[in-house]
Ligand binder design. Structure first.
Ligand code: ROI
Length: 181
């Protein structure tokens, strides 16, 4: 038996990340930023069984004089700690040459830790479940697609109205067709 298959299951925690982009740069379009970020997560040896949602176009929450976003979520198991996973997310943003232009403004890549098992985390760098997760349809609609039985803050995802609210968002493509765009 390989060392990997002997790893006790409790060392691996099911997590969900939200990804968003609405700014092209020299490295690519929003769809390419998300695709590349997901590929790097898949390639991380401390991440396994990654599932990605469809990509969705969504009108911006915040200033309206910015391009529509492309949003997706991914779910996977990880043996990283929550803060180490946050570091991985922030490295993906840096890799996409993210610049802080303005509050709630356009960005080449945003990667948020939405859920980390059933843990509640209140640290200066990281609050989990992510604040606002239950009020954002551009998070809950892709999330219910890959995790229809998820419990968030003690409540089934399907009970949150925003998980059923398709206003302002549309599915661009499913996970398999992304590479062909
Ligand atoms: N709006 C949409 N539609 N999608 C996002 O991912 C997103 N991310 C943000 C703000 C600027 C709040 N608005 C967003 O951080």
């Amino acid at each position: 038996m390989s060392a990997e298959s002997q790893t006790p299951n409790q060392n691996w925690t099911q997590c969900y990340l939200g990804l968003g982009s609405n700014l092209a740069n020299e490295l690519g379009t929003p769809i390419e930023h998300l695709t590349r970020g997901i590929a790097k997560l898949k390639a991380n040896s401390q991440i396994r069984n990654l599932v990605a949602s469809s990509f969705y176009g969504s009108i911006p929450m915040g200033p309206q004089d910015q391009p529509d976003f492309v949003n997706a979520v991914v779910g996977f198991e990880t043996n990283l700690t929550p803060i180490a996973l946050l570091d991985v997310c922030q490295a993906l943003e840096t890799d996409a040459r993210r610049e802080r232009l303005r509050h709630w403004g356009e960005r080449s890549l945003d990667v948020d830790v939405l859920l980390f098992g059933d843990q509640e985390i209140h640290e200066p760098r990281l609050i989990v479940p992510h604040l606002g997760i239950t009020e954002r349809n551009f998070v809950l609609v892709p999330l219910i697609e890959i995790a229809p039985n998820l419990i968030i803050n003690g409540t089934p995802i399907s009970s949150y109205p925003e998980s059923q609210n398709l206003s302002g968002i549309h599915r661009i493509c499913d996970a398999d067709q992304r590479g062909k765009l």
